[in-house]
Design a protein around this ligand. Structure first.
Ligand code: KMT
Length: 126
């Protein structure tokens, strides 16, 4: 069963806006895929490359982003200070964030395993 909700993120629109943004920008993983469709505005999702350097992804209206369970990431608004996102879930919505380090979390282990299998060599993957 697929479920969706809407997040309209801008100052004044959300209770505890600053705290939410601080949490989104703290590096973390989720136990499920993070699926987001951008309807308005823009923002950044950051993920890590294999050398643990940040890769910044700028998403804008019409973009869909899917982050696999267990991948370290963070999120922030850009200077437009607004994004409207559809959050899509497979099954019950789960958005619990587990802050880094999470090397023993099952989702993290699963992510490392899948990346290692795809690349064909063991990776200290991020
Ligand atoms: C505003 S959606 C992206 C932020 C995030 O990573 C989360 O939902 O935990």
């Amino acid at each position: 069963m697929a479920i969706e909700d809407m997040l309209d993120l801008c100052p004044g629109n959300i209770t505890n806006f600053e705290e939410k943004l601080r949490n989104f920008y703290t590096e973390h993983i989720h136990a499920d895929e993070e699926i987001r469709y951008c309807l308005e505005g823009s923002a950044y999702f950051d993920v890590r490359d294999k050398d643990d350097r940040w890769i910044r992804i700028w998403i804008k209206a019409g973009d869909l982003i899917i982050l696999p369970a267990g991948i370290y990431h963070r999120f922030t608004l850009d200077t437009g200070n607004h994004i409207k996102l559809m959050r899509l879930f497979v099954g019950e919505p789960v958005w619990t964030a587990y802050n880094r380090p999470q090397e023993d979390h099952p989702a993290r282990k699963g992510y490392i395993k899948s990346v290692t299998e795809k690349v064909g060599v063991p990776l200290a993957a991020h």
